[in-house]
Design a binder for this molecule. Structure first.
Ligand code: PLP
Length: 369
């Protein structure tokens, strides 16, 4: 079976550097929040430009909660976000004690619709959390305009979009503060849980550093109620290796996506847009098609790990159903979930596998239509 993502292929591609990094950490005897985390934070920040700071944390969900807590948000504060996202986005908002509100998506970007955000703003709204879903940048310029007009904070969920750009500017650098997951399947993924927060202000960075470890100051006195959400040295050392290859790996993903798009351009399916002024991080390659279930079954029977991201939008999960404002008016999201289908996408996907995926999809249309 060709999997839809393959963290072990990423390890094999960078094996000797990763093995050396692991050995270096094990020999050091220092395993959590040490020199590797410091170095990763510096390297990750400078990957985004010279004005940034980064804080390594336990995972992407904690990163979201810490961003909101760092902004001083909590009970009663509404955060507008899409329902078309990983459940983690919403779990992170609730972990911070905030109230998620769902906005619809734009059918072209599949990211949060600026118009729908504006429709949802209330007197309790404090922040907007766009998600650059599948690696496609959200419409940050419009979102920032709305945020300014209503005096709202913006937190970007960049968990699927490490290295994506809009007009040469990296996602994560548009907002006040941004959250990233470094879970193994991500474009920048470790071999366990991990996350990172990108911020502009030094003062804010220090607050997040304190919040990630019991709200401690330098004397280890808890000055604010905090979390335990630390990044470990092994993950940081591995992420340093992977960061080095991120831009190249994303370019490989885009080249594969371009081949798929060219091969499928005459088929009656909606393809991801690769626009000229944006760098799509192509975390997932997702098409839309009316007979999605039949096509999925067919390509799975040809050893291709087609999948759904996601099987349900967050507002249809039992834990969130009918209790989140905005859920009754998500037409574009609901339509999208009738048609979405994820094909395999990772930098190490072989030429042979790409050809097999292309010919299988094309054959289905020849045979069944
Ligand atoms: C969009 C999005 N946000 C947040 C997360 C949370 O990341 P983690 O699994 O590291 O907590 C993920 C990862 O699944 C994600 O895809």
């Amino acid at each position: 079976m060709i999997p839809f993502g393959d963290p072990s292929a990423s390890y094999q591609a960078h094996k000797s550097d990763i093995d050396q990094a692991i050995k270096r950490v094990l020999d050091s005897g220092w395993y959590v929040l040490g020199t590797e985390v410091d170095a990763f934070e510096k390297e990750f920040a400078s990957f985004h430009g010279k004005d940034f700071h980064a804080v390594g944390v336990g995972n992407g969900t904690d990163a979201i909660a810490l961003c909101l807590r760092g902004l001083g948000l909590g009970s009663g504060d509404e955060v507008i976000t899409p329902s078309h996202t990983a459940v983690a986005t919403v779990a992170g908002i609730e972990q911070a004690g905030c109230t998620p509100v769902f906005a619809d998506i734009d059918p072209n970007t599949r990211c949060i619709s600026p118009m729908s955000i504006e429709e949802r703003v209330s007197t309790n709204t404090r922040a907007i959390m766009p998600v650059h879903i599948y690696g496609q940048p959200a419409e940050m310029h419009k979102i920032l305009e709305i945020a300014q007009a209503y005096n709202l904070a913006v937190v970007e969920d960049c968990s699927q979009s490490h290295g994506a750009e809009i007009n040469g500017q990296k996602v994560g650098t548009f907002a006040d503060i941004s959250a990233y997951s470094c879970y193994p399947t991500k474009n920048l993924g470790g071999t366990g849980d991990g996350g990172v927060i990108l911020c502009r202000s030094k003062e804010f960075t220090e607050k997040i550093e304190s919040l990630r470890q019991y709200g401690w100051n330098e004397a280890r006195e808890s000055i604010i109620p905090g979390f335990n959400s630390r990044l470990d040295e092994l993950q940081a050392a591995i992420l340093r290796v992977k960061l080095h290859h991120l831009a190249d790996d994303n370019a490989k993903r885009r080249a594969i996506a371009l081949r798929f798009n060219q091969a499928f351009q005459d088929l009656p399916i909606t393809l991801p847009t690769l626009s000229e002024n944006e760098l799509h991080a192509m975390h997932l390659y997702v098409i839309e098609y009316d007979r999605r279930n039949e096509l999925m079954e067919y390509i799975r029977s040809h050893q291709i790990g087609a999948s759904l991201h996601y099987p349900l939008p967050v507002h249809q999960h039992a834990a969130y159903a009918n209790r989140i404002r905005g859920c009754e008016n998500l037409q574009v999201t609901n339509q999208f979930y009738q048609k979405n289908l994820t094909l395999p996408m990772y930098p190490e996907l072989s030429n042979e596998a790409v050809e097999h995926i292309i010919s299988t999809v094309q054959n289905w249309f020849r045979e069944k239509n």
